[in-house]
Design a protein around this ligand. Sequence first.
Ligand code: ADP
Ligand code: MG
Length: 479
Amino acid sequence: MDNMDFGVFWNEAMNQLRAELGENVFTLWFNISYKSASETSIMVGVPSTFYRDQLVKNYQPAIERKLLELSGQPRAMEFVIEKRLGSDEPNPTGTGNSGQPPAGRDDSRTGTMSPVGTNSTAGSGDRRPEPTRSRHTQLRTDYTFENFIIGENNNFAANAALAITKNPGTAYNPFLIYGGVGLGKTHLMQSIGNRVWETNEKTKIICITAEDFTNEFIESIHSGKPQLFKNKYRYVDILLIDDIHFLQDKPQSQEELFHTFNALYNGNKQMVFTCDRPVSEIKGFSDRLRNRFERGLNVDLQPPNYETRFAILKKKIENAKINVPNAVLEIISKNISTNVRDLEAALMKLAAYADLVGKEITLEIAQQQLKDVFSQTKHGNITIDHIIRVVAEYFNVSSGDLKGKKRTKNIALPRQVAMYIAREMTEYSTTELGLEFGGRDHTTVMHACSRTEERLKLDPSLETTIKRLKTTIKEMSIK
Ligand code: ADP
Ligand code: MG
């Protein structure tokens, strides 16, 4: 297959990733131009080593997987740094319609090219020294305890995780970490793997997402080799499975995991799972599997407070070797309280900008570049207070009631409706909404939303009500 042909797969891969990752992430990081393809690799151009490192770290596996899926042929990405024409006036702010040509379509920006780090481990290029020891292919090298900042939000979970590394399979088995998105579940789980691996490279560790576990299981059946699959998972020392909520309503995969679980448990092999909510609140799990998950230690991760957010940013700039004044870290920590992933994204956006324009990051630049991010996290003009006020008025209760503890039916229903509307009309996470509604757990918000959806199916008049409420909220927010 020649270069031209493979470009088709590249473009399609980019289209799909754009849809999956969202416009913001895509425009910011997929500043990539397709160059050429060989039998085993593809060559792409990126604007700087910083971009390349970020891509290698965060997106290369996804891109390669997507290309494999589409073309049926594995190819490793190779990077060249392009000094693009007109790069003194870049527009790297990544705010949606920033006018950048879509990545993947080669264009007139080709300029001088200097090959660097041209293999799939290019991330360990000139910024970071080549690691001297082998690495576990399923574990991210930066998801370590050393890089994990401990605050009151994750203290218990982090210490339990550390304890496990000292005595895998005995102390807390299984260990299950749950909580909302971007709070460090995957990081903490992989830290366990990395620490044990560091101590003893002979330890058999498998780290996999529940989704990949499922796919591999199905594939093993289709190819008539289920025994291979069973052997692989039942003879490990440490099994780390990420995002087990994915197994909801997948009885066969659950059954397989159940047997895997028993084999490992009986052999005192450590298991660690992550989940987006407490297991007790997952529907579509068999009782016996839920019961297994709950057998060990289940801990939750909460959003970090201001001090922890600041400390996390400090750590990130230290690792990325970028210079950011404390004042900038302060405004980011102050303005972004949703989760660590958002926090990190804001910092990286700033770093990407500074890197491209070749300027130091100042408070002014930060304020200007992160304007959209900050206002997004304030969710435009629509505030939770607006929503609560409008809904309360309509149902003839007080705003305080909706945030309060009373559970009587005349209050519970409007409260659930308000949560549902807030979820629909704002970008707040369920964790944040829980906090706004009187410090409730994010699962309460999730429950409120699904209850309201169920009600909507049965009661057309509720649909009319919600539509009317939304219109009022919108009108009120424009003023
Ligand atoms: P989750 O799996 O809960 O969605 P991740 O583990 O992927 O979240 O974390 C999202 C990002 O935030 C990662 O880059 C991770 O390194 C970072 N992160 C989360 N918590 C911490 C922490 N306590 N200290 C340092 N980095 C953190
Ligand atoms: Mg995760």
